[in-house]
Write a protein that binds this ligand. Sequence first.
Ligand code: ADP
Ligand code: MG
Length: 352
Amino acid sequence: MFEDKKPSSTPLSQLGEFGLIEKIKEGFPLEQSSSVKGIGDDAAVINHKEYTVVSTDFLVEGVHFDLSYVPLKHLGYKAVMVNLSDIYAMNATPTQITVSIAVSNRFPLEAIEELYAGIGLACSRYQVDLVGGDTTSSQTGLVISVTALGTGKKENLAYRSGAKEHDLVVVSGDLGGAYMGLQILEREKAVYKVNPQSQPDLSTYAYAVERQLKPEARKDVIDLLADLKIVPTAMIDISDGLSSELLHLSKASGVGCQIYEDKLPIDPVVLGICKELSINNTTAALNGGEDYELLFTVDQKHFEAIKNHPLLTIIGHITESASGNNLVTGLGQQIELTAQGWVSHKEDNLDH
Ligand code: ADP
Ligand code: MG
């Protein structure tokens, strides 16, 4: 798992910037009808018939990822997922991405190829075209910035600001997995430092480790909502943790919310890791980031359609603003939600 680099190492300088761009272009033929012009001109040209939705994120080595346990292919895949997730969170469909990289000479061509193999896998799975980017050098680490473009009908776009009192609060999938996966990887890294011969067996933690290393954007949830003819009143993706996203959503909407601890969806593998590492599972679900699930609100009339759906969990409802943002615990106590748990963990490399 660690330092599993291929021996072949062609210096990037041998290829040059334009040679590299040419190589990237070869691997990324345009598939989308809206992609008019891709890599190779001064700008890409896109023909979107609906509204265009745009989102950008940075991933910086040492801040957002650690290459001692993140394979470059996974990193490329995740860099795309993070951005597609933002487009889906607008209830839109991603169609194109651009990828900009700053690389130090520590990375040979083969490393960049691995990175783009992950980017390519994400593009083909989610049907988006790579239409451009920028390539530059960096003094030390690797920096990746992805911009995603998507489209949506004006009336279908879901902003953070549309939640209304009595709406249902819904999350997709389950929570806390990516955070607990990170805890396992950090633990194994520490063990490896002491004993490089150690061969960690991560199979029992596979679900959580995969949530951290290989997240999936919830295209399936957006497709499901379209099938059910449900337009969320508000939506946001969970990159920084449920608690923090709930606060964003309710603030933007001018409302409050009440959610229930015993409704929070947590996978049994994640519960097991929480127990093993003595981390409270509600804390992991509320404050662990990077799950890239969708958090949204819908009118109560949709209760029957979503209440038993395997992809979705109703975790609470929207209240008036004056009631604040609250968690009702399993014991019936009401606790005010804060992003505090998040803030206090910042040194643990949890700031995204
Ligand atoms: P300019 O000097 O006009 O910025 P570049 O030489 O940077 O041109 O880029 C040439 C073409 O290659 C452009 O279409 C650009 O979008 C694309 N490109 C550059 N770097 C990358 C990259 N890392 N990934 C994908 N496309 C890239
Ligand atoms: Mg350029």
